[in-house]
Design a binder for this molecule. Sequence first.
Ligand code: NA7
Length: 558
Amino acid sequence: MSKDRSKNREPQAKRTDIVIVGAGFAGLYGLFKAKQAGLNAICLEKGGDVGGTWFWNQYPGARCDVESVQYSVSYDPDLDQEWEWTERYAAQPEILEYIKTVARRHDLKRHIHFDTLVTDMTFDDGSGSWTVATASGDVFVADYVIAATGNLSAARIPQLAGLESFDGEILHTGNWPEDKPDFSGKRVAVIGTGSSGIQVIPQIAGQAERTTVFQRTPNFSVPAANRPLKPSEFKSLQDNYPEMREAAKQQGLILRRSKTPMKSVPENERRAVLEARWQEGGPGIMSAFSDIMTNPEANEYLADFVRDKIRSIVKDSDTAEKLCPYGYPIGSKRICLDTGYFETFNRENVDLIDVKADPIKGICSNGISTQSNLVEVDCIVFATGFDAMTGALSQITIQGENGVALTEKWRAGPLTYLGLMTAGFPNFFIITGPGSPSVIGNVVVSIEFAIDRTFEIISLMRERSVGKIDVEPNAELDWMKHVKEVADATLFPVANSWYLGANVPGKPRVFMPYVGGTAAYNEKVFKVIGNAYKGFVFDGGMLRGKDKHSSVGAGEVS
Ligand code: NA7
């Protein structure tokens, strides 16, 4: 099932300026910037092509929940005018083709080693460089490492007793085979009803003989209202790209955000506002009022509205009740966008099993045993999510100064300064790491912000002959405290979500993303930069020296 062919290559040894791990949006922009800066960079990618998330998640129905014009790179304005997005929310094949086009236009692939799984990254205290080793025995030595490893890239299959005894096919949405499976005439189980499950279930149900959905926690989902973009509509979006890019830099995800709290709006008007947003489709319903993520009553009102919608769509009332989410605020897990998800449960060939009421006992050769039943299936699709935000890094043995392992340092939860670096791991840049807004808004915008800052730092170091950059342990503790405070002022931490690591048994419960918004985050980062990179440590001290090319002048003392 794996698309990882990383063990089949001849070992190599190379020295370079930068090793970039991952060839998704982040890795490609890293390569683009390295080229611009005249630096040598080598990108190592586990998969057989570029695309990251969009390379691995090739399941039917995979679609972005950010509008296609926004979910695109800002550094190729000519491509904005040439590339024609066909739908409001692009499907996986179109996004993957787009990413391949970006790589091709900027001749980035020649710097990428595909089918190359990074296993170890070790900082050498003496030389101040990083040694990056791969599963096939390659060794790369570099001054800087950019971890562009993604936040949702370590797919998780839960440990279910007897899984290895299953005779049929096992798939995970996050590691979907390139040879598309054919479900015709098959009995298929789908485990998991997060965003991936909600997207794949209607597609499988349309093809398979019988689809059985194993749901542990019902999810809030709203219609994507996806549709083809009319040429005239797309043209006006195209004409507006420069303004849109500017707005995205400020806001991250561009949405119509109401400034009105729900409580200030009379009851009869509230419903009309929500109904309009529901009809519009997309995540905008979460911004219909200003207090949905901070006021439990406003949140519950919206949750009730969505539950009523589910009841109005799903014909069987027992099934509808099973699909209604309770017990956590709407939006505290990333809101799902669907295309006919709830309608799918009106199909005669679809069953829903609530595994909280009837838990999975285990897997046997011909199916899934619950407490009360054996469901015979030919194929099991795991839509069980990811070890999010830290999983991709914790799968690599990363040793910083004095041989300290990153997994050891992050044992009680991840620590970063501004989501960009972690103390004790000099010259190691994390793109959209824990402590950054990334997964909350438009990740492409967050990626570009983090890469831009990373290359500003690298060029500053080179201008001033700084060999080593690190961050102060106290600066990162303060930052993570701030990340927590911001989250605690909202309803986000109430849910057992992957934002909190709650989906991975044994993972520390630390709220990882920064939910204060892109504008607030950017302002904080720029304040740090304007303050001579306060909290960063350059060759063991504060930023020193100034040259005529640098925009940062302060901090000439150490
Ligand atoms: P998610 O959102 O983490 O969803 C995973 C789903 O799998 C969720 O419904 C889980 O139920 C379920 N799950 C996980 N383990 C089990 C076991 N052992 N038994 C039954 N069900 C289980 O991952 P997705 O891939 O859907 O989406 C991730 C993000 O990608 C999404 O937020 C978008 O930003 C894109 P639970 O809720 O834990 O009870």
